[in-house]
Design a protein around this ligand. Structure first.
Ligand code: PMP
Length: 396
């Protein structure tokens, strides 16, 4: 490395991470990322992916992706405002608007990019954002990028939100004000109190922004959390990702046409980064069509989620307050959680431990992500592994 200071910085910080158990060794998955995966030369039941509907390996999506490569090539060629908007981009955005029940939609290269793009395109240093304490990192970064004042409210605590919003308003110094929340919280699987949030927003004249990355394809019969509560007309920004239930990659905002026109004119990842590829777009369109045409995959997802949850509760595990198929198994102590996850791994179950700082200290957990593609036999084997390791470690 040319620069010595940089080398010292990197080496000492990496050593520190490793010493404190905060360095994540990344496993390589060989072949398809489905309900079973191969790591090294061993096969595992995969409970760690967001591929909720199994669409990441669906032959119908693969077929249209291959056809799109044939007709449109591999890359979209340029940023969209210059020469990179393909007919497929327009088709995807129309489909997303239909899916989300809005006038229009804009697609981005990822869900992460989408939050960086959308928040900073409308909020600035004269504004204030009220952000749920458990919001996703991309929301936090998007808020920071906007330079707005950020006020965190306690997770899903509507009294705290109302109190903090009123306090901020009483200062009389902010122009626009926005509430931002995940639709489904990915570490606990609980659902945001959107009807209350809308009430507060209407009472205090706040903009509403819901990132439903984990809700789309899952809640509201697959249409998402905003639809579940019938709030399509009341939420200004509906954010989603194409990388989880949709099974591909990309992110989007759905909302009024005037909002989407503004984001197309002013959001920087749209203006300065090459757009989604034809294969990704074609597969995403197909996934949304499948979701809208049939409830089968969504029902299978919920059935599997409920099966796993009931099984874990019956064994005596604490699954927290999950309201969705996301199934945390809360162990508590960080080291015990990691050991538990390692033992599940030995037993052929790939379910990652989530510990501080991703979740509060002392609430370490194994996060299980059942999908529609898991079979009952896979879930039974998972439960058997939980029982064996749980007893062995004296946790049940
Ligand atoms: N928002 C939320 C709430 C998420 O959970 C995630 C994914 N971890 C993202 C955004 C980012 O989405 P993507 O992976 O498509 O960048």
């Amino acid at each position: 490395m040319a620069n010595n200071l940089l080398r010292l910085f990197l080496e000492s910080n990496l050593a520190n991470l490793k010493k404190n158990g905060l360095y994540n060794e990344i496993d390589t998955v060989y072949g398809a990322n489905g309900p079973m995966i191969t790591i090294g030369n061993k096969s595992f039941i995969n409970l760690s992916s967001n591929n909720y509907l199994g669409l990441a390996t669906d032959p119908r999506l693969k077929k249209v992706a291959q056809e799109a490569i044939g007709s449109h090539g591999l890359g979209s060629g340029a940023v969209r405002t210059i020469n990179g908007t393909l007919d497929l981009h327009d088709k995807l955005e129309n489909k997303l608007a239909e899916f989300k029940g809005t006038e229009a939609a804009i697609a981005y290269q990822s869900g992460f990019n989408c939050n960086m793009a959308a928040i900073s395109a409308v909020m600035d240093k004269h504004d204030v954002i009220f952000s749920d304490a458990l919001n996703h990192a991309s929301i936090i970064d998007g808020c920071r990028l906007s330079k707005a004042t950020i006020i965190r409210y306690e997770h899903s605590d509507m009294d705290d939100l109302r109190k903090k919003a009123k306090q901020a308003i009483s200062l009389g110094k902010y122009k626009k004000m926005m509430i931002i929340t995940d639709g489904v919280f990915s570490m606990d699987g609980d659902i945001a109190k959107l009807p209350d949030i809308v009430d507060i927003a209407e009472e205090l004249n706040l903009i509403t922004y819901v990132d439903d990355a984990h809700g789309s394809g899952v809640t509201g019969n697959g249409y998402g959390t905003v639809k579940q509560f019938g709030l399509e007309e009341k939420i200004d920004f509906q954010i989603g990702t194409l990388s989880k239930a949709i099974g591909v990659v990309g992110g989007y905002v759905a909302g009024k046409k005037v909002l989407i026109d503004w984001l197309k004119a002013r959001s920087r990842p749209f203006l300065f980064s090459t757009a989604l590829s034809p294969a990704d777009i074609a597969a995403s369109i197909k996934a949304i069509e499948l979701l809208m045409d049939s409830k089968e995959l969504n029902q299978a997802l919920w059935e599997n989620g409920n099966y796993l949850k009931h099984g874990l509760v019956k064994l005596g595990f604490n699954i927290g307050k999950s309201e969705t198929p996301i199934t945390p198994c809360i162990i508590g102590d960080e080291k015990v959680t990691q050991l538990f996850s390692n033992r599940l791994y030995d037993e052929g179950v790939y379910a990652k431990s989530i510990v501080f700082p991703t979740v509060p200290k002392g609430t370490g957990r194994i996060r299980n992500m059942p999908t529609s593609a898991h079979t009952k036999e896979m879930l039974d084997r998972t439960l058997a592994a939980y029982e064996k390791v749980g007893r062995e470690m004296g946790l049940i």
